[in-house]
Design a protein around this ligand. Structure first.
Ligand code: HEM
Length: 137
């Protein structure tokens, strides 16, 4: 019997809809951060111009999801966790980050189950960033 099994080995990057959808999430995330007073403390940690952050977070997420790894080429040796170690991230700002990201993902055309798994994984990173005391150095 002839069988034709099409194995679908898609990366999460492909499953979310690629760079355009990642960019949509990131744009919405920073738009929420800029417009909603609920994220004021988070906004205050960031530089006035969020354009470099929009590009960097989108690039990081592309690579993190298994897509193009340009971000790592552009940031040789940078660990995103260590990059936050000296930032004064506390539970409040971590919660704001997670909440804005959850909303941005929910509004994007991403499968809800996949979106929930993404947010869960990102929340774990944010929680770890908040649990690490600022080194002050
Ligand atoms: C725990 C809550 C978080 C806070 C409060 C926070 C805050 C910040 C701040 C203040 C910056 C520097 C922005 C600037 O210079 O204007 C930054 C950079 C960045 N963050 Fe976060 N962040 C958080 C969580 C995360 C998570 C979970 C990720 C990974 C998905 C992430 C990815 C990045 C990236 C890629 C950059 C840019 C690094 C670069 O281009 O050098 N952040 N973050």
């Amino acid at each position: 019997m002839a069988t034709s099994v099409i194995e679908q080995k898609q990366t999460p990057f492909e499953m979310v809809g690629g760079a355009a959808v990642v960019r949509q999430v990131v744009e919405r995330f920073y738009a929420l951060m800029e417009s909603d007073a609920a994220y004021a403390a988070l906004r205050m940690l960031h530089a006035e111009d969020l354009a470099p952050m929009r590009a960097s977070l989108a690039g990081f997420l592309n690579a993190w999801l298994g897509g193009p790894r340009d971000w790592f080429a552009e940031h040789p040796g940078v660990c995103v966790m260590s990059a936050h170690a000296k930032m004064p991230i506390d539970q409040e700002t971590a919660d704001q980050w997670i909440d804005a990201m959850r909303r941005a993902v929910a509004e994007a055309p991403i499968n809800p189950g996949l979106g929930a798994r993404m947010v869960e994984a990102l929340s774990g990173m944010a929680q770890a960033m908040a649990g690490r005391p600022a080194s002050g150095g």
